[in-house]
Design a protein around this ligand. Structure first.
Ligand SMILES: O=C(O)[C@H](O)CO
Length: 383
């Protein structure tokens, strides 16, 4: 995901604070310019602010394609006053020791800060800047995109179309699950979770539920979400979006225990950090059909090796079970009868969304038992 200009401005501000915040007396006393190391080729307007401040010298790892190697980083940070980093750099005790006592501020151009050892930074009284908020819309959009891609099996369908797998129209082939009337669960309700839910409302989601370390009533009220236990979240969600930060408490919180409680029709989406998921357990859950599919924006490591087992699954990004229901198809069933082709549209029957066979049985029983006309619409065609 890309940081916006706003993110850049914010990080520039944060990085500049300890420098510009000095009194003029203190500045006069400075015998040398403060040194800042930037670990990635950040957009030029950010660098310009630092360079044109006249107060710092900037040393830059001048690449966006290759992260600065650890050994190089440990050398480069020696004696710096400020460090601008991104999420590929682990800012831990080793690095802070290598930097030494001059280091006063670390700014990371990221929303997540799990790569920073906050305890070590606090111990050394080093100020920290990060860029919350700036990716909220992007991540929410991406989550919805992943959710629809996975539940609607778009990648698998594209593959089939390209490789000749699309033989003929089949009743339930590549059918997905729809958001309408579903329960969407959010693990970790914050700005991003709310933004996701706001975007899903027009899809007619029936219920939003969330689990977190504690209820978040103000945020929950914005989307009418119900606070539930972690277990209930697993059991009730048709779609489960993981939005929590990676902390020691959330590390691999999505594991066998969670997946085993989820419905076999449910879709798992992770746009937070790969570390919140036990990938082996996820792989098993997908392989065995314990859950229907997973859409992953984040993994451990990133990128995943191309021969990683998750890439062998069709339902990671899409799913394989072609016996699942498609509400669009099931709402309009075709029955051949002597008088021609009859289309029967069953009136609002939410239950049908998830159970194709009861839907079929009900349509037939409607037909045979001549139910009230307001329960269905009939078009006859032919003689
Ligand atoms: O933490 C962040 O800023 C994002 O994950 C970057 O992609």
């Amino acid at each position: 995901m890309w940081c916006s200009r706003m993110a850049l401005r914010r990080i520039q501000r944060v990085a500049a604070v300890p420098l510009t915040g000095l009194t003029s007396g203190a500045l006069r006393k400075m015998s040398t310019l403060q040194r800042v190391y930037v670990t990635r080729q950040i957009p030029p307007e950010g660098l310009r602010i630092l360079r044109e401040s006249g107060r710092v010298t900037v040393d830059l790892w001048d690449s966006d394609d290759v992260p600065v190697p650890r050994e190089e980083l440990l050398q480069r940070v020696k004696g710096v006053d400020g460090l601008v980093c991104v999420l590929t750099e682990k800012i831990d005790a080793e690095l802070l020791d290598a930097a030494g006592p001059n280091l006063k501020v670390v700014s990371t151009m990221s929303v997540g800060f799990d790569h920073l050892s906050l305890q070590e930074l606090k111990k050394r009284r080093i100020r920290v800047g990060y860029t919350p908020d700036v990716l909220t819309d992007s991540v929410a959009e991406l989550t919805v995109a992943l959710l629809l891609t996975t539940s609607r099996r778009l990648i698998e369908a594209t593959h089939e179309a390209k490789t000749g797998g699309w033989g003929t129209w089949r009743t339930l082939w590549l059918c997905g699950h729809e958001l309408a009337n579903s329960t969407v669960g959010i693990l970790g309700l914050g700005r991003i979770g709310v933004a996701i839910a706001e975007r899903l409302v027009p899809f007619k989601v029936k219920k939003f539920i969330y689990a977190d370390v504690a209820p978040r009533p103000e945020l929950a009220a914005l989307i009418g979400a119900e606070y539930v236990s972690f277990d209930q979240l697993a059991e009730r969600s048709d779609f489960l979006a993981v939005c929590c930060a990676l902390t020691p408490e959330t590390k691999e919180i999505c594991n066998k225990s969670l997946f085993s409680k989820m419905k076999d029709t449910s879709i798992f989406i992770n746009t937070s950090r790969g570390g919140v998921v036990n990938q082996e357990h996820l792989y098993e859950a997908l392989l065995t059909g314990q859950i229907a599919g997973a859409g992953l924006d984040v993994t451990v490591p990133e990128p995943l090796p191309t021969d990683h087992p998750l890439f062998t699954l069709k339902n990671c990004g899409e799913w394989t079970d072609s016996s699942d229901s498609s509400p669009q198809h099931l709402r309009v069933l075709s029955l051949i009868c002597p008088s021609g082709l009859v289309l029967v549209r069953v009136a609002e029957q939410e239950r049908f969304l998830y159970d194709p066979w009861s839907c079929l049985a009900n349509v037939i029983s409607f037909w045979l038992l001549a139910p009230r006309e307001d329960q269905y619409e009939v078009w006859t065609w032919g003689g």
